[in-house]
Design a protein around this ligand. Structure first.
Ligand SMILES: [Ca+2]
Ligand SMILES: [Ca+2]
Ligand SMILES: [Ca+2]
Length: 154
């Protein structure tokens, strides 16, 4: 679950379990997921943030078999950006988070481990933002672990 002011009206909205709830005041919330083009999905973690710094919040989720999947916000409607991740292979990977690791003002993505293509335990992956895409980085190296062993200060 993530709480944020989706529409900038000063009231906190939230996303949880494929539902984007807009706060209408007086403790009333309306799910607008379908009307903004976001899919109904099973995720292993997600993050809503402005990936391309255009002022519109975008949606990133961890597909348990395919790795991170990005939906880009185009004037309030989302379209799947594919493939936005270089070497994004993940299987049974759990969890992701974003932080600007290299200080270029664009959020980078840290994805949990899971398994690699040969069936062994995968290292957590760091994807660094570069010109609208994410490039896999060797920054995270030398240990194996599940996503709950990884923490990024945000
Ligand atoms: Ca709001
Ligand atoms: Ca954006
Ligand atoms: Ca960055």
């Amino acid at each position: 679950m993530q709480a944020l002011d989706w529409n900038g009206d000063g009231l906190i909205d939230f996303y949880s379990a494929s539902r984007l709830y807009i706060n209408q005041g007086n403790w009333k919330f309306k799910n607008i997921r379908q009307s903004v083009g976001l899919p109904e999905l099973f995720d292993e973690g997600f993050k809503i943030f402005d990936y391309n710094n255009d002022g519109l919040l975008d949606f990133l989720y961890m597909h348990p078999n395919y790795g991170p999947v990005l939906y880009v916000n185009h004037d309030g409607y989302f379209s799947k950006e594919s493939p936005a991740f270089e070497n994004g292979y993940c299987r049974e990977a759990f969890g992701l988070n974003v932080a600007d690791i290299n200080g270029d003002s664009y959020e980078d993505v840290l994805a949990g481990g899971g398994y690699n293509e040969s069936g062994g335990l995968a290292q957590p992956k760091l994807f660094v933002y570069q010109s609208g895409r994410y490039k896999s980085s060797g920054f995270v190296d030398g240990f194996y672990g599940w996503s709950d062993l990884v923490s990024v200060g945000v």
